[in-house]
Each structure stands twice: as structure tokens, then as C-alpha cells.
Design a protein. Structure first.
Length: 220
């Protein structure tokens, strides 16, 4: 089975999710300030999902990059696919690059000390509708995704990536960790990491994903 390394990213996201617990503090007058500080960071932040593979540039087997999910990205003029001449490799390979149309939606994030770069495709911004700290000390918030680009409405994109309809067409609920620094609250580990933890395995992968179990299918 060909691996994209997605499971390791999903594991990291799970670790992040497990650590997103509100820093210990009394549930007193600080709740309003906490909500205000976190809203300022979350409201208007980009919502992005991993693009094809957890490394940049994107180079995989030609067979894997010929799947309908990649075809949908190409038809939307977001990416371009080309063959790679690699005489040392018996398996035909291909490279996927982002088009001029797709560049405004591309986000490249570095993975800490590993030196690798992870590509993400952004498909809207958060519009926070509510945020509050519960009696259990966890911050929960609701939001809608706004300013979604026109390509998120394409039938082929929604067929290949059902999560687009699920996320864009409905109000979302999520939890977020927070840490207190210099009298102000900030999203633990940053908004991008919080988004990665929230989305988990979801992403713009070569769908249908090869040999994926139903409960682990990243194309759901």
C-alpha cells in the first residue's frame, strides 16, 4: 500500500487536540477577557486543509496522482500535474504544482525542527458566532465559514471532497486551548495548529484514498 505519511500528521494532530485544554485558572471575571482575546485571533482566521501530501513539493506515484480527487483540483484550475522523468525509479512518478489561480489559497507551513514544509489549501475564513468557557474549564466556540471561494461550490469538488459541504454549509462547533501570557490570552500552539487538530485526517487528498478503512478515510 502506498503511504502519504498522513497517519503521522493525524497522530500529531491528535496529540495537539489532546493538549488543547484551557490553562488552569479560576472561572471568575477573566472569562469575558478570555473570550475577547480569543475571538480577536479566531475571527477572520483562514480555514485550511492539507493539500494532497504532507510534504512540499508534492511528488508521488503517477498512479496515485491520477485519482479523481486530483482531477477535480485540476479541473478547478487549482493545481497542475506533470510527469517526472526518474530513470532510477521503476514506478512512474508525477509532480503536482499550484497554478496562478490556486496560489492565493495555498499556505505553506513548516513542521518545527523537522525542516519539512506542509502544503495546505485554504477555503474560507472563520466568522465566530459564540465563544465561552464552560464550567469544566474548556473553551468552546461556534463559527461559520465565510468568503468561501467559488471553486468550493463545484459539483466535482464536493463529490471528491464531501467535507467542503459539511463544513461550509453548516455552523461548526469546536474546542480551543488557551494560554495566558503578559495579561492576555492566546490560542494554544497557534490558530493554524488548532485548525489542524480540529480537522484531523480531513484534507484534499487523492480521493478515493487507497485502502482506507471507512472510519479512517481522509476523503470523508
Amino acid at each position: 500500500m502506498r503511504q502519504l505519511g498522513i497517519r503521522s500528521i493525524a497522530f500529531s494532530a491528535a496529540v495537539v487536540a489532546a493538549t488543547l485544554v484551557l490553562a488552569a485558572c479560576s472561572a471568575g471575571d477573566g472569562s469575558a477577557a478570555l473570550a475577547e482575546d480569543l475571538r480577536a485571533q479566531l475571527d477572520g482566521s483562514k480555514v485550511c486543509a492539507m493539500l494532497i501530501a504532507p510534504q512540499w513539493p508534492i511528488e508521488q506515484s503517477a498512479e496515485l496522482l491520477a485519482r479523481p480527487g486530483i482531477d477535480a483540483l485540476i479541473a478547478a484550475d487549482l493545481v497542475h500535474r506533470e510527469a517526472i522523468e526518474d530513470r532510477a525509479n521503476a514506478t512512474p512518478r508525477a509532480r503536482v504544482s499550484v497554478t496562478e489561480t490556486g496560489k492565493p489559497f495555498l499556505q505553506l507551513d513548516s513542521m518545527g525542527n523537522s525542516g519539512s514544509t506542509v502544503p495546505y489549501l485554504c477555503f474560507g475564513e472563520r466568522q465566530v458566532t459564540a465563544i465561552a468557557r464552560g464550567e469544566d474549564g474548556v473553551v468552546r466556540y461556534r463559527y461559520r465559514i465565510v468568503d468561501a471561494p467559488a471553486w468550493t461550490e463545484r459539483r466535482d469538488m464536493r463529490a471528491a471532497f464531501p467535507f467542503l459541504a459539511r463544513l461550509i454549509d453548516q455552523e461548526q462547533q469546536a474546542e480551543v486551548g488557551a494560554v495566558l501570557e503578559n495579561g492576555h490570552w492566546r490560542v494554544a500552539l497557534g490558530v493554524a495548529q488548532a485548525t489542524a487538530a480540529e480537522l484531523g485526517n480531513t484534507g484534499f487528498f487523492p480521493c478515493p484514498y487507497p485502502d482506507a478503512a471507512p472510519d479512517q478515510d481522509p476523503c470523508r
